[in-house]
Design a binder for this molecule. Structure first.
Ligand code: ADP
Length: 320
């Protein structure tokens, strides 16, 4: 059984990525899985080449530092030739209507005067990633489930039209997916590309900055610590973050606090502690480029090896 998940280097790794995804990949991941940095996806909107390269390295270091099995880790563009080839074949099995129906495309393109064509087609690239690696399960947030549905449809269509090559993947939305919200605006999810970094805790933020951001988190004027996500989203977010760090349920933690200040203090300390080891190991890895390059090259070689027969078969069966 192979699982495949990715993180896009469109900004620094934030606490939501860590608690909602990376920590799980480290705990549950095996050498058969694939966890990669989707740098090609980061090019679907305006990007800076040097920053993209630096963020890709940083994210690779964070994944390894967090304990994701090094043999399962890689960088998407290390297979750009293979992916380019399969993406073309899959684009030739996908209709314009299917791509244009993707909710993410519609949301991200509405009202923009200029949209990169790749924003429309990248779900096909994502399908190529999944199908090339033979992934059976794709753990995703519910915002990406539609893209995995497209990958399923394209796998079935290819197999039915040209011959059995691809495993048909399925999306799995993790059952207790921690959905960390923005500290400054708890109605939105925390995201690495947030406009206002005050609401986003980055994994590599120094401890004092983490404490400052959490102490300034927006709450409400009700003054009671209860777990009520609809009425008190800010307080609920802090409880959820604390619970994720402590391995407890948010509702069971609430009665322990008499004030928002106490809750913030406890949450800040839990987050600082949770991130301390990852931050330290990431910094050490970034200072040791040779080791990072070695892991990256190894991941690329392995991903290429495991995908070669599928790519060859797909090209041959489709008439190339
Ligand atoms: P971002 O939204 O920060 O750009 P990505 O799209 O790169 O994140 O997603 C990487 C992983 O992190 C995905 O599995 C996604 O579900 C998870 N993730 C992103 N933001 C959050 C969040 N605020 N809470 C929980 N999980 C998150």
């Amino acid at each position: 059984m192979t699982r495949l998940s990715a993180i896009t280097p469109s900004g620094h790794v934030q606490l939501g990525n860590y608690l909602g995804a990376i920590r799980r990949w480290a705990a549950e991941g095996t050498d058969d899985d694939v966890y990669f940095i989707s740098d090609l996806h980061a090019m679907t909107s305006s990007h800076n080449p040097a920053r993209l390269r630096a963020l890709t390295r940083e994210q690779l270091a964070v994944l390894i530092a967090a304990g994701v099995p090094p043999r399962s880790v890689g960088v998407q563009s290390d297979l750009v030739r293979e992916l380019g080839a399969l993406t073309w074949v899959l684009e030739c099995t996908c209709t314009y209507g299917e791509a244009a129906r993707m909710i993410q495309f519609r949301e991200k393109s509405v009202g923009r005067s200029s949209v990169r064509l790749s924003l429309l087609t990248y779900p096909v690239l994502m399908a190529a990633d999944i199908l090339l690696q033979g992934a059976h399960e794709v753990p995703v947030g519910d915002d990406q489930a539609q893209h995995v549905e497209l990958a399923r449809a394209l796998a079935r269509r290819f197999n039915g039209t040209y011959g059995e090559v691809f495993a048909v993947p399925r999306a799995v939305v993790p059952p207790t997916a921690a959905r960390v919200r923005d500290l400054a605006d708890p109605t939105r999810k925390m995201a690495k590309s947030a406009q206002d970094a005050a609401g986003t805790v980055f994994v590599l933020d120094p401890p004092d900055l983490v404490r400052r951001k959490i102490k300034r988190a927006v709450t409400d004027d009700l003054g009671v610590v209860r777990y009520a996500p609809d009425e008190q989203p800010g307080v609920a977010n802090l409880l959820e973050i604390l619970a994720a760090c402590a391995g407890k349920e948010p509702a069971e933690l609430a009665p322990a606090f008499d004030s928002y200040a106490e809750l913030k203090e406890a949450t800040a300390e839990a987050v600082v502690q949770e991130l301390a080891g990852v931050r330290e190991r990431t910094t050490a890895l970034l200072d040791d480029p040779a080791e990072l390059d070695r892991v990256r090259a190894h991941g690329a070689e392995r991903a290429r090896e495991r995908s070669r027969h599928r790519l060859d078969a797909a090209l041959r069966l489709s008439g190339l």
